[in-house]
Design a protein around this ligand. Structure first.
Ligand code: C6P
Length: 401
């Protein structure tokens, strides 16, 4: 099926050539149905939510809350109030660090992350550790870019209060054994946060079956606009959380003497939210559901295997991230060529890839490289595009060696 017709930008040209967009791990493109819903909001019922008796505000509020129900059902949360709208994955992790962890952890307590984490799942914990004297523990990976589970287990001690781990690595594509890790957390009575930025757009997630405490993702990686995301909080955790931002909508009553708070999730959504973004997210999820997340997974899996074989045929290329269980991300380097040069030449041919450290500098240090070139596929990409990419990659290599 031609999914590209659903995405206006995929029918444009870049540098005089039809756009081939292989930077989906950075952000995905937006289908017309999402753009239309955002326009409709601004053109026909733009107003604030939870604040007005007037018709427009009521409509905006009902669309905003319908989006919450859409997300709840999409990720399999038991309760509507377990869905907090955020600015994105980074925001979600920072909320957990400030609202839950700062309140629940003390000096000497430990937080486990892994070598392959995105900076968003490193830096908030470092800031917290500095503040309260907690300790960050880093789980190792092997050369293939897989977690070493036996070693992971040995890192868990009675001091471990939180495991915060990516479901899928944005740089390597590794799919971490999240069920096993959650099981380990449960057995050891520690809480678990899943960074699902790179998994929610690509395969079905069911938070209540997974039984994690927190899960975060960004709207913009699942065909929704930037500036909107989701923090799932298991109901029981709410009683351990304090608001980390104060303002409108998160309160019940305010006086100069004392303020009481609104109930969750509103308690954690201070100020006017990204209403258009939330409405766009809802439309994006409906679009994904109209195709089927399993179908999306299988198309992307096929693209991953096709591209991996083609890239591996090229001499002088090394792929970073060869886990047995991988999502549709391929990071690679060409001998003697800086990834930036590969990316620049491909761009001249209309092919968008990402180059650099991908916000995973500690992972780059593990491999002792400054960065990689990275292609990441969405279901709207095609084998034909991969063939063109390989052709231009070969040309780039010829020019640069
Ligand atoms: N990775 C990439 O090119 P935000 O920026 O908040 O939407 O997402 C942060 C983030 C957190 N965790 C993982 C696993 C991620 O992949 C990302 C975003 C993009 O790989 C931009 S750096």
């Amino acid at each position: 099926m031609d999914f590209q017709k659903d995405f206006p930008i995929l029918n444009t040209k870049v540098n005089g050539r039809p756009l081939i967009y292989f930077d989906n791990a950075a952000t995905s493109q937006k289908p017309k149905v999402v753009i239309d819903q955002i326009n409709k909001y601004y053109e026909t019922y733009n107003s604030n939510v939870h604040r007005g008796v007037h018709e427009l505000s009521q409509k905006a509020t009902s669309q905003y809350e319908a989006a919450r129900a859409k997300v709840q059902q999409f990720i399999g949360a038991n309760h509507l109030e377990e869905i907090i709208f955020t600015k994105g994955t980074t925001d979600g992790i920072n909320i957990v660090a400030s609202s839950w962890a700062e309140n629940q952890l003390s000096k000497g307590d430990e937080i486990i992350i892994s070598t392959m984490e995105h900076h968003s799942n490193i830096v908030p914990w470092q800031i917290l550790c500095e503040k309260i004297g907690a300790v960050l523990v880093v789980a190792p990976i092997n050369e293939k870019g897989e977690l070493i589970l036996e070693e992971f287990e040995t890192l868990i001690t009675p001091k471990t209060k939180l495991i915060s781990i990516s479901h899928v690595s944005n740089t390597l594509g590794t799919i971490n054994p999240i069920k096993e890790i959650i099981q380990l957390a449960k057995e050891n009575n520690c809480k678990i946060l899943v960074d699902a930025a790179q998994s929610v757009p690509h395969f079905g997630i069911h938070v209540s079956k997974l039984d994690c405490d927190f899960l975060v993702f960004s709207g913009h990686k699942i065909f929704a606009p930037t500036g909107v995301g989701v923090l799932y909080v298991k109901n029981e955790r709410y009683q351990e959380m304090k608001p980390y931002q104060g303002g409108g909508d998160m309160i019940k009553e305010v006086s100069f003497e004392k303020t009481t708070y609104n109930k969750p999730p509103y308690k954690f959504e201070a100020g006017t939210p990204n209403i258009a973004g939330v409405i766009g997210l809802s439309a994006a999820i409906s679009y994904v559901e109209s195709i089927g997340i399993d179908k999306i997974s299988s198309i992307e899996d096929e693209l991953l295997h096709y591209a991996t074989e083609k890239i591996a045929e090229l001499k002088s290329i090394k792929i970073f991230g060869t886990a047995d269980n991988k999502a549709s991300v391929i990071s690679f380097n060409v001998d003697g060529i800086h990834p930036f040069d590969v990316g620049t030449l491909l761009d001249q041919s209309g092919i968008a890839i990402r180059t650099g450290h991908h916000c995973t500098q500690p992972l780059m240090n593990f491999y002792n490289i400054p960065g990689t070139a990275r292609v990441s596929f969405a279901f709207y990409n095609t084998k034909k595009e991969i063939d063109i990419f390989i052709e231009y990659l070969m040309k780039a290599i010829q020019m640069l060696t």
